[in-house]
Design a protein around this ligand. Structure first.
Ligand code: FES
Length: 120
């Protein structure tokens, strides 16, 4: 088990290696956006890492963050709960103007095959 803590809120026990976006939605009950359904394309699943940020990221995450010039965030659909972590929720359905949080997110990280690279 890994412990997921929402900054300023509660902590939750999460199955180790569960996708962070799924843990946020299913375990923590956060209305986390995930517009592309966890495929590493939209960046609406972004979170800010307070503690426990992994040193590795998927190549898909590194690519989309670089292309969009985004820094200081991580994509929760591209991360696994493989350690205790504290996150700041910054992209919620509430206040977004969207009609829903996003499509269904698969159990395994997409897109496959997953290639891990060092965080920049
Ligand atoms: S849900 Fe679209 S990039 Fe993560």
């Amino acid at each position: 088990m890994a412990k997921l803590t929402i900054e300023g809120g509660e902590s939750f026990d999460v199955a180790e290696s569960k996708r962070l976006v799924r843990a946020l939605v299913e375990d923590a009950g956060v209305d986390q956006l995930h517009a592309c359904g966890g495929k590493g394309r939209c960046t609406t699943c972004k979170v800010e890492m307070v503690e426990g940020e992994p040193d590795k990221m998927t190549k898909a995450e590194a690519t989309v963050l670089s292309e969009r010039g985004l820094e200081g965030i991580r994509l929760s659909c591209q991360m696994l709960c493989d350690r205790d972590m504290t996150v700041r929720v910054v992209s919620r359905l509430e206040g977004s103007g969207r009609s829903d949080a996003g499509g269904a997110v698969a159990d395994e990280i997409e897109p496959a095959p997953v290639e891990w690279v060092d965080r920049g």
